[in-house]
Design a protein around this ligand. Sequence first.
Ligand SMILES: Cc1cc2nc3c(=O)[nH]c(=O)nc-3n(C[C@H](O)[C@H](O)[C@H](O)COP(=O)(O)OP(=O)(O)OC[C@H]3O[C@@H](n4cnc5c(N)ncnc54)[C@H](O)[C@@H]3O)c2cc1C
Length: 724
Amino acid sequence: MQKVDCLIVGGGIVGVAVARNLQSTFSNLKCLLVEKEDILAKHQTGHNSGVIHAGVYYKPDSLKAKLCIEGLKRIYEYCDANHLPYRKCGKIIVAVERDQLARLDDLYQRAKQNGVQDVRMLDSNQIREIEPNCRGIRAIHSPHTGIVDYGLLCRHFGKSFEQLGGRIALNFEAKKFLPSDDPSYPIRITSKTNSSYLSRYVITCGGLQADQLAMACGGSKNPTIVPFRGDYLKLKENTEKLKINGNIYPVPDPKFPFLGVHFTPRMDGSVWLGPNAVLSMKREGYGLLDFSPRDMVDHVLNGGLRKLAWKHLGYGFNEMRRAYSLRATVHELQKFVPALRVSDVERGPSGVRAQALSSDGNLVEDFVFEKVNTGDLKNRILHVRNAPSPAATSSLPIADMIRLLSIIMSLAQQLVEMGFQQSQIDSAINTGKAANLEQAIDWITSHEGEVASGSVESAQPTLNLSSSTAATTTEAASEANSLKCDECGKLLKDADMATAHALRTNHSSFSECTEAIKPLTAEEKEEMKKKLQERIVARRQEQKIAEEQKAIEMEKKRIVDGKALSDLKQKREEEEMKKIAEANRREKIETQLAKQRAIEQIEADKRARREKAAAEKNGGVVGDVPAPKPQPIVPPQPARQYDECNLQVRLSDGSTVRQLFKAADRFEKVMEWIRGTQQSGPFILVQNFPKKDFNENDNHKTLTELGLVPSGSLMVKALAHFQT
Ligand SMILES: Cc1cc2nc3c(=O)[nH]c(=O)nc-3n(C[C@H](O)[C@H](O)[C@H](O)COP(=O)(O)OP(=O)(O)OC[C@H]3O[C@@H](n4cnc5c(N)ncnc54)[C@H](O)[C@@H]3O)c2cc1C
């Protein structure tokens, strides 16, 4: 299976710009871009108005505002450097009714605030100078707005990415993102057709599928992506009577900034009119009747969409009307170009916008980038969740930002490996101001103490994304007056930091301080950077040693456990053997007792026969004959006979007593003597035979075994008892 450092999903302009940016910054990085279609730019990037926006509309300080202004400049630079065609044809935003003037003025202020270059307000005569066929009361003119073919630009980015060493895999629809078994390449990305790649990091730029991709990585459903189809009309001919020089736009409704049909010249000389915006029945459906059951189910289940539809039924109806009626759209456009007739237009292509919607039914206006912060793949995956217009214009600075976020994500991963808490890292990232690796390391090293102790509090994300302003922001922050904690003397950058400090430490008084938080000198930064790197190396070594130590301990335990186990086994085996020996011994005794009983029976029978014979001799009356005195039971002569037996008894106190017995008096006398010797407690009987030397080892043998007394006798039983 192929392994890569970073896998980018999505071959639209955002994904390809990101891939190219990463590959050109880090030439050693193995980057792979996967796209589900057979060509790049098949969806939004290849189906849009082609306007290079100047940043008039967007909320000051929003990502859209910053990245659009930077994006316009960068696109022109890129096209110039690579000899790609574009036209700086300008744009006018025209108020055609008096009640639009206040909004137009606000928009003008906003454009100024955003730093849109050379914007000015036009009166009706000036409007005609720029667009002779256009009528209006007043208009904002943005001369640097331009047009370009974004599909072409995207494919050029793709070629450049490949030339830098990146790879593009078309027809790969990423479906599953799961943890892999390989710790160096922890994400396994599997396609719809079951082919897979392993990667260290993943960045998804899925456009209309952004929410689906985030969910496939275990992310949240919201914001959901709602597809809005826009149908364009085309001027049949760009004749003198209807000549359109640049972009003509209406004053936008703040509630739906993307609504409102406009005139847009194209790079091929044609003019597109529109588009409208209607809810599409298929995420990537460009035809009026395109339909996807899955997407329709998503719509029906989407609570946010229901709320949006309910709130804005009127807008929806108007847009639907324009989708079906050429006349309705032309009527709207005639407000700007009165000479336009239905006969001058024909139906053109369509595009589908990916509009992010929050669960409460509000359109998410700004770009949304989301790092995966939980689960097995945390700090490994970054999602572009909302990149609507002007994301094509902003694609190059968006790519800068994603590169920065990826660097911070990988730094965060390193910090996690070093043992920092995720919350501390998030604080560091949220308050960080950096536009490249250097600045990210600078920031983290200069706040290392605070990051480690967790005293860096999260503030509004203030990542400075535009490369031109990023460098100055760090300086600006350090030059600003700070607040001083009266209790511990700590310098705090601003009120937010002071509040955070107060919450954390319970310190409550702060005074204005003219002493600025001193920026680190270049040497100090270098020093900090070195320290951080040394810490990373030391930490890794510590971890390695700890792991080795753990392995040794486990091995030791394994050996000790194994030995204990084998000892136990041996003991059990020995006990088992003893039990078997004992059972054998008992069995033998039982057999001998049985034999003894049989012999005694035979003897008794013999005696009875002898008595009968004697009685017959005495006159045949058995009963008259006085009963003979009962004879003591004489044990049968064993096979081996001994004349005498020298018995020695070892008493419980260790001393011994001995007695010599004759063969004839062995049984009764032995018993009597044994009873007499037993003072208390058990004792051991030792047999000794006169014809043998006394042998201690014989002490475990019974008299029966030695052939001294018949089996089954009391004597034998007593011995058996003593020996157990
Ligand atoms: C009608 C319309 C007009 C617009 N006008 C302008 C304009 O004038 N100026 C401007 O700046 N912006 C405009 N925009 C917005 C702009 O086109 C988009 O913001 C931009 O193209 C977004 O690029 P993207 O790469 O995020 O998405 P896309 O171009 O949609 O690319 C996403 C890609 O991801 C791929 N993908 C999705 N899921 C997977 C998967 N699972 N595996 C592999 N690949 C996957 C898709 O196939 C697709 O190629 C317009 C948009 C529309 C629709």
